[in-house]
Design a protein around this ligand. Structure first.
Ligand code: AMP
Length: 292
């Protein structure tokens, strides 16, 4: 397998992308903030099957963290990340410094309206502006034909799809399923913040989502009844500090009152140091999941 390249400047990344494009090679990008786990690696495998060139970006994006959030302590380990990526079909890791990526005096951001207002957007002001700005800049640096995102960040996927459509970016946005620990906890770089006691409680998040799914599939149509049950269980078994428990339309992310086919049940809560999110797309029993 050819060497995986580590690229740290926008110019070098663009040159490489132009070279590949001149050879009609399809480029796939998997954007990450590093401290990789199996969830990230599954996105790489998902994308590698559909493109000739795979780029993974590793960039802890200061713009998407609030002033009191965990930017300074976000886990970072580039050598470990590179070792995890080397056995996969990754051609380049794009890892710019913050100074390289955000030049002094930069004053352009990308804002998506509507979809960013509810759910995490309501609790993390400015977060999605940071995400859409950095993803746009990653797209213009890597010039991918396709990019892969994880369903774990459901709202982020919807926002990126909307942005890609609105700005005619011409990039195919793929969404890969959430990868979980054996006990159901969604993998996250932030899980390292959990104390052993919190880690023992956290799987109840997924359990409560599964219980919501089976209630809906058994015929409960009042979404609020189901959400109240999820909230009650989270409060007693995981943490009383709940940001939201929501049942929303998979496309518009607007609240849904009656279950009539498709619903995203999404939750966000805070533990001592970690903020955890998870979601489940509920469809009628027996229907297959939609391809990404
Ligand atoms: P992050 O490094 O947390 O910003 O995540 C980078 C990408 O990996 C995003 O598209 C996430 O949605 C995705 N991702 C994070 N955790 C998981 C997971 N457990 N399963 C699938 N994708 C994930």
């Amino acid at each position: 397998m050819p060497e995986m390249q580590l690229i740290t400047t926008v110019a070098a990344m663009q040159n490489l992308a132009d070279f590949w494009r001149a050879q009609q090679q399809r480029i796939c990008l998997v954007p990450t903030m590093g401290y990789l786990h199996e969830g990230h690696l599954s996105l790489v495998r998902h994308g590698a099957a559909r493109a000739q060139r795979m780029v993974v970006s590793i960039f802890v994006n200061p713009l998407q963290f609030g002033p009191h959030e965990d930017f300074a302590v976000y886990p970072r380990d580039l050598e470990r990340d590179l070792a995890l990526l080397r056995p996969l079909a990754v051609d380049a890791v794009f890892h710019p410094s913050a100074e390289e990526f955000y030049r002094p005096g930069a004053c352009t951001t990308v804002d998506v309206g509507g979809l960013t207002e509810g759910l995490c957007g309501a609790f993390r002001p400015g977060h999605f502006r940071g995400v859409t700005t950095v993803v746009t800049k990653l797209f213009t640096a890597v010039r991918p034909h396709q990019a892969v995102f994880g369903q774990k960040d459901y709202q982020q996927c919807a926002v990126i799809r909307q942005m890609t459509r609105d700005l005619n970016l011409g990039i195919d946005i793929a969404v890969a399923p959430t990868v979980r620990e054996a006990d159901g906890l969604a993998m996250s770089s932030r899980n390292v913040y959990l104390s052993p006691e919190e880690r023992r409680r956290a799987p109840a998040i997924y359990q409560s989502l599964l219980a919501a799914e089976s209630a809906l599939q058994r015929g409960e149509t009042a979404v609020q009844v189901v959400l109240d049950a999820v909230r009650g269980r989270l409060e007693s078994e995981v943490s009383p500090r709940i940001d939201y428990v929501a049942g929303v339309d998979p496309d518009t992310l607007q609240p849904v009152a009656r279950f009539a086919g498709q619903l995203v049940v999404a939750v966000a809560l805070r533990m001592d140091r970690a903020r955890l999110i998870d979601n489940l797309v509920v469809r009628p029993r027996g229907s297959a999941a939609e391809p990404a």
